[in-house]
Design a protein around this ligand. Structure first.
Ligand SMILES: [Zn+2]
Length: 367
């Protein structure tokens, strides 16, 4: 399939009147194309409720939040957890998100990926959390990581430590060491309202000027992450929702995350929010981080991934345009705004998400 593009934005720059080739027959014209599409560097596809309220930091939120849904019981339901993850992936795909890094219930996320005929590329990072029931410790997570990578070598896996305050030092170090040995991504929530950089540096023995390889999500407090080679994932929507503020130094940002794709929307919604918060003059930098940024963090190939728009580059750069076609691995996954092979539209997927959240609330009410 021949694709003619008015303005093509790639990690190598903008090309006018460019041509692309996809698998399949026919031809199409797009005014603007992003190669790759948007990337979501941090998503919890089982979060259906955050408990409301405004908080000073993540620890206050975790301790004080009043959830309507019993999270542990929901995560234990593999079928529903996997349907939630599948719905989140489809919402992302329709928004032109061609890569998603998912934390949460690893097996359910893997099952969601496997069951979908069309999907973004994914990275799977099972969550390590020891302070509440229903989660994994570092050793269980490492076991799961090895199982998942042997089931399907094509799906990259990594480790996600919930946060410094919710795992033991021993587990934190074990997970970090394992990620180095296995050469897989290592990520965690960091500095979500309190500066935790000094604590992380001390716990992992990080040295200034060396590449730690750590992927840190949020970092709305503190500064100097770059000095330790820490990659920062910016989640403007959940930060604004929980704390009414977000990080201010855009130059620290390496990628964007939706955080709660079922509640707040896809990585495109996160990008739109970032442009609103940081100003349209930062859009060129933010768009680079919001597209190839996530691929770089998780070491994923981006060739063949694209989002095609019927609107000019300026509108796409504002985050206000929706793609009409989306390709993953050189093949169309969305055509004319519909999911290929599933025939579902954005309205269908939105309805499905509302129904699944309602089901989770009814089946697993918090006691
Ligand atoms: Zn998160």
């Amino acid at each position: 399939m021949e694709v003619e593009v008015g303005a093509l934005l790639t990690p190598k720059g903008v090309f006018e009147n460019a041509r692309l080739r996809l698998r399949g027959e026919g031809s199409l014209y797009a005014e603007t194309a992003l190669v790759p599409g948007f990337s979501d560097a941090h998503a919890h596809p089982q979060v259906v409720d955050y408990g409301g309220g405004r908080w000073g930091n993540a620890y206050e939120w975790m301790a004080g939040r009043k959830l309507r849904v019993d999270e542990a019981a929901l995560r234990a339901d593999m079928e529903l957890s996997s349907r939630l993850a599948a719905a989140a992936l489809l919402r992302e795909l329709l928004d032109g998100v061609t890569m998603v890094a998912m934390v949460g219930r690893g097996e359910a996320n893997f099952a969601a990926y496997r069951r979908l005929p069309v999907k973004p590329r994914v990275a799977l990072l099972p969550t390590i959390l020891e302070s509440s029931r229903g989660w994994l410790n570092a050793w269980d997570a490492i076991d799961l990581l090895i199982t998942l990578s042997s089931l399907d070598g094509a799906v990259p896996v990594g480790l996600f430590v919930h946060s410094l305050g919710h795992v033991s030092r021993e587990s934190l170090r074990a997970a970090y060491e394992a990620s180095k040995t296995l050469e897989v991504p290592f990520a965690l929530h960091l500095s979500e309202g309190v500066d935790e950089l000094p604590q992380l540096v001390e716990a992992l023995g990080l040295r200034e000027g060396e590449d730690s390889g750590v992927i840190a999500v949020h970092c709305i407090s503190g500064s100097g992450y770059k000095r330790y080679g820490i990659r920062v994932v910016h989640c403007p929507l959940s930060n604004l929702t929980l704390y009414g503020r977000t990080l201010s130094d855009v130059s620290e940002v390496d990628a964007l995350g939706s955080d709660w794709p079922l509640l707040l929307g896809s990585a495109l919604a996160a990008y739109r929010a970032a442009v609103e918060v940081h100003g349209v003059e930062r859009a060129p930098l933010l768009l680079e981080r919001a597209t190839v940024g996530g691929y770089r963090l998780y070491g994923l190939e981006w060739r063949g991934d694209a989002a095609f728009f019927d609107e000019p580059l300026e509108r796409v750069a504002e985050g206000s345009a929706l793609p009409r076609f989306v390709a993953v691995r050189g093949e169309l996954a969305v055509a004319e705004g519909e999911l290929v092979g599933l025939g579902k539209t954005r309205a269908d997927v939105e309805r499905e998400i509302r129904e699944l959240i309602k089901l989770a609330e009814e089946r697993y009410p918090a006691s």
